[in-house]
Design a protein. Sequence first.
Length: 492
Amino acid sequence: MIAAHLPALQVVIPLLAAPICAMLRRGSHAWAWTMVVSWAMPVIAFAILLQVLEGGTISYWLGSWEPPWGIEYRIDTVNAFVLVLVSVIGAVVMPYARASLEREMPADRQVWYYTMYLLCLAGLLGMAATGDAFNVFVFMEIASLSSYVLIALGRDRRALVAAYQYLIVGTIGATFYVIGVGFLYVMTGTLNIADLAERLPLVENQRPVLIALTFLIVGLSLKLALFPLHFWLPGAYAYAPSVATAFLAASATKVAIYLILRFFFTVFGGSYPLAGLGVPLVWIALSLAAIVLPSITAIYEKDVKRMLALSSVAQIGYITLGIGLLSEAGLTGSIVHLLNHGLMKGALFLLVGGIAYSKGAVTVDRIAGMARRMPLTFAGFVVAGLSMVGVPGTVGFVSKWYLVLAAIERGWWWLAILVVASSVLSLVYMGRLVEASYFRPSAPDSTDDQEMPRSMLASAWVLVAACVYFGLDTDLTVRVAAQAARTLLGTP
């Protein structure tokens, strides 16, 4: 039955679709092909999630080689949730891509954009699905190399510099990761993640394993742009094509966070209590720095894309904060914020791309008075911005609510107060954009401003609507996130 092979199809379909896309000569044909593939991905991802919720963890053996000798795709509630996030974001942004890329890049480059997008999609889905630590590295390289090209295809020449900087940092991060995996293999003789978790207690407290943990933390922190290793992210998001920025911001860093969750709790959680190593306190300190310092920088930033990129670093801080709390409520907040941040940040970058479609470079000064001529665009911007702040009735509030509950459970009222107070920083820099677009007089060159094409606006508003819907009806997202948290913690 085809249902038994869904884990493989989730990765193989976009991987095989990429070279076919490269052979197409016209950008419109490549877009249509990529659209079909992208829309198939969430169907498969939701089917996998339903299988997991009904029947438990899926173990899929590639080539019928029994793990740990063969490569296994092992999917539980945690990575099924991530598969849904990545595939849904990919499907939503694809209708946006055609008009956006026709404005931003020459026709002969569009085919290569869609090809690289499919490779990136396959890499991200593969990283989430595989149960083999070295196979993660293989898919990480596929996703990384293709994302470098996606960024470099931006029309601003600074995109090349941003892509090169991302390449250097990404290579260092991947090298640190594979060194950590190498240490684990030497000590345990296995690369299978589930098998690693079983064998690590036999070599606990030995220095090479602690060194492996250190390399893994640093390597993955570079990938997920955890403060202060985030310096590559603002340039990459600011100068990439608009649709690439939205896709990468909503999905790529979330997969890296998933890997942190997997290694922290599945691999090291049983034999190496993280609290005993002092990891949570360091993690919480870095998370608080990530929430506060980039947000302060964003307040003074004039380029809107860079402002939102700095905001992404802060939002990653909220996710890692929940991880550091080592509780079910904290992990529930972190996991649900993977989806919630993907929705609201994807919406914001798609809307900014729509402004760029009309305006070119998007700065605070250049959007002055634009809300009067682009009411739908800026209405969506306000809704997604309120979600970033954490206003009740939006997805941002749901995530922060669980983080506050987790802090109170620990008796850390000071942390709960900081989480709530940090929303003021988001309010300030999002308020700057609302004030400029609604209350300032129009710029002299804004007479021809108009709404972005309908296909682009529809994609953006799907995510805007999701920010409200899942903020009001939290049953599905929170229920799955809570089950994923229990899976990681090993509790019934």
